[in-house]
Design a protein around this ligand. Structure first.
Ligand SMILES: [Zn+2]
Length: 509
């Protein structure tokens, strides 16, 4: 076996129970072929071997984010950041928009994200007229941190066809000037409409530029694999992603879920869960429970998709929707066994013990987002009803029951940094300092498993990903500290120093 790369002098955390720690990793081609000790360097080194001295630093399997939204992340990374860290007033927002406007041709969209009037001087929301002053010749949309509200300038309102005469849409609101009835630009619950029906899709150049930013973002956080979990994923999205992979615009390995509305198109092309290769494969069929039909229809849909050979991923946050997903799979099971099919509950925000029992029986995988605890813990404690609080984003209870829990970020909802997720799973500390269900804290090893072996299990890839062992893909990350030794509160400050995919160094600090 020709050794292409040796990583030596490393504190290797393998996630392989047969050999938990090691010092050396030997790579041939895109895979690991030996894991052992420093005394083996000479024996394994050939004329063309590249030897990397890790200087005692910690080496872990490449991180795997089991649920995120690449295209929204690209949107965010290519947008103007209007978060409280960047702007303090409406004047600051105007100035930031004015600057962007000078670099874009008239008519090109300007997209700002994460404004939050609570942190602005005077605590007012900007209006269309503020945005008009900054960019009269460009359509402008800025979105609120919660994604619940957005503000459009006059050009953008015109393109959206929103005028004095526009009636109030169902379940949404157009804010109006009290005296004249004229829309003031603030739209509630209409951001998705604006993004998917008013704004143009990415141009080729924007997409490539955005993918490069996303790529850098993933690799700098050690994310060597991710799963794209968007409901809008259709054949076009699949082709776009394949192109990005083919042109090496995106180096992390991708599993793309198919939106439930489009699964028939994938079926027609003979594509099933697992179609593709270890760079880019088709994942589960994603069902969004909030917008999905009654239980009976859901049961039939689940049975159809299951029988056709696909993995299912149910977006289910609250107890009612989690129960509905479980009920659908209990309906499927007697018709066609769900054992071994690894159907997934995405989020599973509220999980009562009786529900957990049913999840265990069906062999389901829970795909959780520990960093929500950090970023939203304060809000959960203030708003989640007391009866549900004990079951919120549980991780230890399902693990103890033998349910596989995979880790993810739901980025761009929160940061995709896996070390932030691991920190949150270990401490369950909110940014505010409050602790959310301390009895659900897990060990560092368990938390690391969420983002490595367990995430690989959730996409049927544990034989090639998630641990450092012979025959695994050579996807590894060097960290500047050992997460199993530092005090838990320091885990979130650990930085990635090097990321390797398939035996190639793809990123270095
Ligand atoms: Zn999501």
């Amino acid at each position: 076996m020709a050794t292409d790369v040796i990583l030596k002098n490393a504190n290797v955390i393998t996630m392989n129970p047969a050999q938990p720690r090691a010092e050396l990793v030997a790579i041939s081609g895109d895979s690991i072929f030996h894991v052992g000790g420093n005394d083996e360097v000479d024996r394994l080194t050939g004329r063309f071997t590249k030897v990397i001295d890790c200087a005692g630093k910690t080496l872990v399997p490449g991180f795997h984010d089991a649920h995120l939204h690449l295209f929204s992340l690209i949107r965010k990374l290519t947008s103007l950041d209007l978060s409280p860290a960047k702007v303090r007033s409406i004047a600051d927002i105007k100035e930031a928009i004015r600057k962007v406007a000078t670099s874009k041709p008239p008519g090109a969209w300007i997209n700002g994200t994460d404004y939050n009037e609570f942190y602005l001087e005077g605590k007012h929301c900007p209006t269309r007229w503020d945005l008009d002053e900054a960019a009269p010749n460009h359509p402008v949309v800025i979105s609120h941190r919660s994604l619940h509200a957005c503000v459009l300038n006059s050009k953008a309102l015109e393109l959206a066809g929103i005028t004095n005469e526009t009636p109030e849409p169902d379940g949404a609101r157009i804010e109006r000037d009290l005296a004249t009835g004229e829309p003031n630009g603030v739209l509630i619950g209409m951001l998705n409409f604006v993004r998917s029906h008013v704004m143009p899709r990415f141009t080729e150049d924007e997409l490539i530029e955005g993918a490069a930013l996303a790529d850098e973002y993933f690799l700098s956080h050690g994310i060597t694999s991710f799963q794209e979990a968007t409901m809008r994923n259709d054949i076009g999205r699949w082709e776009t992603l394949c192109d990005l992979k083919l042109n090496a615009d995106l180096l992390s390995r991708v599993t793309m879920m198919a939106g439930a509305d489009f699964w028939g198109d994938f079926k027609e092309r003979g594509m099933r869960t697992g179609t593709g290769d270890n760079l880019m494969q088709l994942g589960a069929v994603k069902i969004m429970l909030e917008i999905e039909p009654e239980q009976e229809e859901l049961n039939k849909l689940a049975l159809d998709i299951h029988t056709a050979g696909y993995q299912l991923a149910f977006h289910a946050v609250d107890e009612r929707t989690v129960a509905s997903a479980v009920t659908a799979l209990e309906y499927v099971n007697p018709h066609s066994s769900v054992a071994g099919r690894r159907h997934r509950i995405e989020h599973c925000g509220e999980c009562h013990p009786s529900l957990l029992e049913r999840i265990k029986k069906l062999g389901l995988v829970i795909v959780t987002q520990p960093a929500f605890i950090y970023y939203s813990g304060e809000r959960y404690l203030a708003t989640v009803p007391g009866s549900q609080l004990p079951w919120l984003y549980r991780i230890k209870a399902p693990l103890e029951k033998g349910v596989v829990v995979a880790g993810s970020s739901d980025a761009p909802v929160v940061s995709a940094n896996p070390l932030m997720g691991i920190y949150a799973a270990v401490t369950r500390q909110a940014e505010s300092g409050q602790t959310l269900l301390p009895e659900e804290c897990i060990s560092v090893d368990q938390a690391l498993a969420l983002y490595t072996v367990n995430a690989a299990y959730s996409s049927f890839e544990e034989k090639v990903k998630g641990s450092i062992a012979p025959d695994m893909l050579a996807d590894v990350v060097i960290l500047n500290d050992d997460l199993t030794c530092v005090p838990p509160e320091k885990i979130k400050d650990i930085k990635v120093e090097m990321t390797m995919i398939g035996g190639e160094v793809v990123w270095e600090a």
